[in-house]
Design a protein around this ligand. Structure first.
Ligand code: NCC
Length: 287
């Protein structure tokens, strides 16, 4: 098929992908004893739209702070940059404490994979790192996105950890992404690449970006496409490379970056100096 332009890609994404989350009335979960701990309404009806509140005249800008780290020295993100956004999305175990100068301190949403929830290293149930903002969890599900099949064979024990966390923090908003969403995003990548890509869900980075595009008027993504401050380090919060991290076989990361580069509405200079990509929110897109 002919190669789509950036705006055609954006419209396709808007039309064919919808952020959905598990709700307490959704089978097969609805018949389980803990169903009531799932949110009654989907994330998109509870959160946002950021920037559309009538008393706020600022355009609704959101940021997603990628965990990729491009500098080890104190750096040149104006410290207010992240905090000045209406909403900030962070990934997995990426901290703010101690790194405020670089990454700000605001967290509106934290998108976590099920590995973070389950591994002892991340102290998911006890660390205060996860307590600000709303949590959104996801787990690589079978391509069919069949909920029963997935429930019986999750990659990591996402549901068990979800129940435990809810008992400890019943007031914090906590959503679980519907696996349909991850595969809809995957399909957008595949349909726009010439060669077959691995059938594994996109990385948290792209899932979070699309999530914010459905909640915000404008989304700035930092350091997903590397700036001139790129280093060999993988994360700003780790001085070493966790084993097997980089372009882990499991995510079509290179293709994701290619797609985001094509959709970028900002300048190449913005990428070079700030690692910043600018994407329109779906509500603002005229397709
Ligand atoms: O590293 P991770 O990713 O938490 O990073 C979040 C998102 O930032 C983008 N990224 C990160 C580092 C880098 N050098 N370049 C990047 O572009 C990616 O878009 C990435 O999604 C994940 O996607 O959830 C992932 O999670 C980690 C790990 O599970 C958590 O950090 C918790 O430790 C995975 N690493 C391993 O399994 C070892 C990673 O593959 C995917």
């Amino acid at each position: 098929r002919p190669k789509l332009s950036g705006s055609e890609l954006l419209c396709e994404l808007k039309e064919k992908v919808s952020v959905s989350t598990l709700t307490s009335d959704l089978p097969p979960f609805s018949s389980l004893s803990w169903a009531a701990t799932l949110p009654p309404a989907p994330l998109t009806s509870d959160l946002g739209p950021y920037g559309a509140v009538p008393w706020c005249r600022r355009p609704g800008r959101c940021a997603t702070l990628d965990s990729a780290k491009r500098s080890v020295r104190p750096l040149d993100y104006p410290s207010g940059l992240c905090n000045s956004h209406d909403a900030v999305l962070r990934f997995n175990a990426a901290p703010t404490t101690g790194y405020e100068k670089d990454v700000g301190s605001k967290t509106t949403i934290r998108l976590i994979n099920s590995q973070v929830m389950a591994s002892d290293d991340h102290r998911f149930l006890s660390s205060s790192l996860y307590s600000s903002g709303a949590l959104v969890a996801w787990d690589p599900a079978p391509f069919s996105a069949d909920l029963t099949q997935w429930y019986n064979r999750t990659d990591y024990p996402i549901f068990l950890q979800y129940q435990r966390y809810r008992r400890l923090h019943p007031l914090q908003p906590f959503y679980i992404l519907h696996p349909r969403f991850e595969w809809q995003v995957w399909q957008r990548i595949q349909d726009n690449m010439a060669e077959p890509i691995q059938r594994n869900p996109p990385s948290s980075g792209l899932l979070g970006t699309v999530l914010m595009m459905s909640l915000c008027d404008t989304v700035h993504v930092y350091e997903f496409l590397p700036s001139r401050r790129k280093t060999e380090l993988c994360h700003y919060y780790q001085r070493f490379w966790p084993r097997g991290l980089q372009l882990r076989r499991c995510h079509p990361l290179l293709y994701e970056k290619n797609l985001v580069k094509r959709m970028n509405q900002g300048s190449d200079r913005d990428i070079y100096t700030h690692g910043r990509v600018t994407l329109p929110g779906f509500r603002k897109l005229n397709c």
